[in-house]
Design a binder for this molecule. Sequence first.
Ligand SMILES: [Ca+2]
Length: 68
Amino acid sequence: TACLGDAESCGGGDTCIMSAWKCDDGRDCTDKSDEAGCPTCNDDQFFCPTGERTCINIDWQCDGTADC
Ligand SMILES: [Ca+2]
């Protein structure tokens, strides 16, 4: 399935979601494929749901500095 613009299909299915919805820790595809294969963080890390979508040290969360 071809999705228009900045969108991707769910697991090759007929549903298109925005690319920004991938790995945002919310299920947007019924099969959760938008949350599959996403980077996972250790318990002592915080996952940045936006931007680079990386893991940062959990001590950096709410420390007044933007690390994501
Ligand atoms: Ca999602």
